[in-house]
Write a protein that binds this ligand. Structure first.
Ligand SMILES: *[C@@H]1O[C@H](CO)[C@@H](O)[C@H](O)[C@H]1NC(C)=O
Length: 627
């Protein structure tokens, strides 16, 4: 058995990988004699073919052993992978054969055959997910991916849209649907033998965040505590640590240690930052729930840094200018920047379009300085950006929620607005990225927000699996920190004290919603240099619904749409510098001249990017609606 393992490792890891495996097993032996320690050893996943079929890296997992003296107190496997899934939108009213015009809720004798819902739904039909799509998706993930991942980032929208005049949504339906989906997620990601384990303690941790369609009426969410925050805590009791109940009550935000003492996922309630929430205006007024969210985030990040932990930020609505008030956008951006020693990146859903968005810390600090008070900030030596707000406002072009408006024929009115949105992202954000001199050696001026495909068939259904570096998880004395209960008790006191300080304009330097600059002696984190928890690649999965509709005998399955290290994207890793390179190349595709090989390559890449943005539906090539 051992020989088999070694042989496989040589073939698949190459010589350097092999040495790494040997090195790791050596460390396991030496670490065994020290104190309370985590050690890991390379293990070889059972079936390499299975990983190739799924577009994943075989032999990526490590076994982590916790020792107290010589005694093994715990053994777990870390796969170095997590799932990001979003916008499930299961619709209990949808029916096979019902017409698109009726949101797939009712038949219509006049509807053309290609305007009636198929079993697993239809891309660009304007309908939500049929239950069969929703169930089959989660079953496929359970059968194929569950045993290969460490945790799940689940960024909301679990209820149908409010788009059928004959069947408006009601409050009870929304709570009950959220509850059903939460129960389902709990059971789908439960390992065999975990039936008696408390859901919070199970191996695969699930971190939900709140979608704009998960609340009633949609988009509208009041500052907590409210009945809604309490109800939501009940619905999410399997996901939100008990000691965070009180902070959760302030606004449905929390975080989870997905790898204890090492890696956390922060769930941000983006409805407090969202322009479409009529109960929130901005993030600079002390009364605003968005302001309070950043107070909380500041405390949490500070503590996570103290514990030497790394962090993913997650939420439903991504920080693109059209979605957020500029003050909320600027604050998200500067927090992500000033905690670049620990923040790995940020993950969102909502838009149904697979794409990524840079955040520019210099522009954001400038916005904060200009609009919210004078502050010191780090610059990379440029003084040529007077256009931050202008750019910000130009990028506000899209209709909400990206619903496809339909005309009499299926695609007649599919607006080309989404292609022009991506062109705005390209020309307004990618093309404005500074060169290495002003971006910093590792691109540290910038950070990135990643928006993944939705399960709901606005385009084709999709989700992604990220792979991250666990080979660096060698060993270390487990440090001990104060119990989280005590931290949260302290946090409650501090937040309450801030609430009660006089509401007159506080000095900007005391404004806790604006981050302190990152101490200059801290090294850049996993987003910037290769290290433990650095993202390495991701694989995007999808279902071709058109194919499924035409092949009634087709057996439901997701297939690999692409991986970031394939021949098209050629990304060796997913550090900020890799995303900058990608964005600059995409920006070049807009060039009219010169018509050189580089530009031709960029134009080809842009075509691929658009096709992937719309999950292989060909949406980008649909004729523009003629009026
Ligand atoms: C993973 O992290 C380790 C350090 O923890 C580093 O030496 C190694 O190069 C990283 N691997 C990759 C593929 O980036």
């Amino acid at each position: 058995m051992f020989r088999q393992v070694v042989v496989a490792a040589v073939v698949l890891l190459g010589l350097s990988g092999m040495l790494e495996v040997l090195e790791r097993s050596r460390r396991v032996q030496t670490a065994a004699s020290t104190g309370y320690t985590h050690v890991s050893s390379g293990i070889v996943d059972a079936d390499a073919e299975e990983y190739y079929r799924l577009g994943l890296t075989p032999h990526h997992s490590v076994e982590v052993t916790t020792l107290a003296g010589d005694a093994v107190v715990d053994k777990t496997v870390l796969h170095g992978r997590f799932l990001h899934i979003t916008d499930l939108h299961p619709d209990e009213m949808s029916k096979t054969g019902a017409s698109f015009a009726n949101r797939c809720h009712r038949k219509d004798k006049q509807a053309l055959p290609d305007e009636a819902m198929h079993r697993y739904g239809d891309a660009m039909s304007g309908c939500d997910s049929p239950l069969e799509l929703y169930e089959a998706t989660l079953q496929w993930i359970r059968a194929n991916l569950k045993d290969k991942i460490d945790f799940v980032v689940w960024t909301g929208d679990n209820v149908r849209h409010d788009n059928d005049r004959k069947n408006p949504r009601y409050e009870g339906e929304i709570f009950s649907m959220n509850e059903k989906v939460a129960e389902k997620m709990s059971s789908v990601f439960m390992d065999d033998g975990e039936e008696d384990t408390m859901p919070l303690d199970r191996r695969v941790k699930i971190v939900p965040s709140l979608g704009n369609n998960d609340v009633y009426p949609h988009n509208l969410f009041a500052p907590g505590p409210t009945l809604q925050t309490r109800e939501l805590y009940k619905i999410w009791r399997n996901f939100v640590p008990t000691e965070q109940l009180h902070t959760f009550d302030r606004g449905a935000y929390f975080f989870r240690e997905v790898i204890p003492n090492k890696l956390a996922v922060v769930s941000i309630n983006t409805l407090y930052l969202f322009k479409s929430n009529p109960l929130c205006d901005n993030c600079y007024n002390r009364k605003e729930p968005g302001y309070k969210l950043f107070q909380w985030l500041g405390f949490v990040l500070k503590e996570l840094r103290r514990r030497n932990m790394k962090v993913w930020l997650t939420g439903h609505v991504p920080p693109v200018p059209k979605n957020l008030h500029y003050s909320c956008h600027a604050k998200m951006s500067v927090w992500q920047h000033e905690y670049r020693d620990i923040i790995i990146g940020s993950l969102y859903g909502h838009m149904n379009i697979d794409h990524f968005v840079p955040l520019d810390s210099v522009k954001s600090w400038r916005t904060i300085e200009k609009r919210l008070g004078k502050l010191d900030y780090e610059t990379y030596g440029d003084g040529d950006e007077e256009d931050d707000l202008e750019t910000y406002e130009q990028l506000g072009l899209l209709d909400d929620d990206f619903e496809i408006v339909r005309g009499s024929r299926r695609y007649d009115n599919a607006p080309n607005g989404k292609v022009s949105y991506l062109e705005d992202v390209r020309d307004g954000l990618y093309a404005k990225l500074k060169g290495p001199k002003k971006a910093g050696k590792d691109g540290e001026r910038y950070s990135f927000a990643h928006v993944t495909a939705s399960v709901v068939p606005t385009f084709n259904p999709g989700f992604r699996v990220w792979e991250y570096n666990v080979s660096g998880l060698h060993h270390g004395e487990a440090e001990s920190f104060e119990p989280w209960e005590r931290f949260f008790a302290r946090l409650e006191e501090e937040l309450a004290a801030e609430d009660s300080t006089d509401t007159l304009h506080t000095e900007a330097s005391k404004d806790k919603t604006i981050p302190p600059l990152m101490p200059s002696d801290l090294p850049l984190g996993p987003a910037y240099t290769p290290q433990l928890f650095s993202p390495e690649r991701y694989t995007q999965y999808y279902v071709d619904l058109d194919y499924a509709a035409k092949h009634p005998d087709w057996k439901f399955e997701y297939q690999v749409e692409y991986s970031t290290d394939d021949d098209e994207y050629q990304m060796d890793s997913l550090l900020v510098s890799d995303w900058l390179r990608m964005a600059r190349k995409l920006a070049r595709s807009a060039a009219v001249a010169p018509d050189d090989a580089e530009t031709a390559g960029a134009k080809k890449l842009w075509k691929t990017y658009l096709n992937r943005a719309f999950i292989d539906t060909g949406y980008q090539d649909l004729p523009i609606a003629n009026k």
